[in-house]
Design a protein around this ligand. Structure first.
Ligand SMILES: [Zn+2]
Length: 95
């Protein structure tokens, strides 16, 4: 299903994620080459423990992160999402 954090996101997932789209500051560059200014955050179907964050640039690359059971629309969850996105390993050409 996943290969190096790269996953094709089904359209319905992406549309569902729209409502949790949050503007973030200081996001790092997406592997697609763009710097997103928003992340879409959604539960990944494994209960409330894990969620995924995806850049609004392409919606193609996503990172998984632990929600610590915080509400998905909470600021805390957004922080986790931003941290996971920025901490994800990138090819050096993207830094
Ligand atoms: Zn992108």
């Amino acid at each position: 299903m996943s290969l190096d954090n790269k996953k094709i996101i089904p359209n319905d997932w992406y549309l569902e994620a729209e409502k949790w789209r949050k503007k973030m500051s200081e996001l790092k560059r997406c592997p697609c080459g763009e710097i997103p200014d928003q992340l879409s955050v959604a539960f990944n179907g494994q209960g409330a423990k894990w969620a995924t964050a995806s850049g609004d640039c392409c919606g193609f690359w996503e990172v998984e992160f632990r929600t610590e059971y915080e509400s998905i629309e909470s600021d805390k969850c957004n922080q986790f999402a931003q941290q996971a996105w920025n901490d994800a390993k990138r090819h050096e050409s993207l830094l």
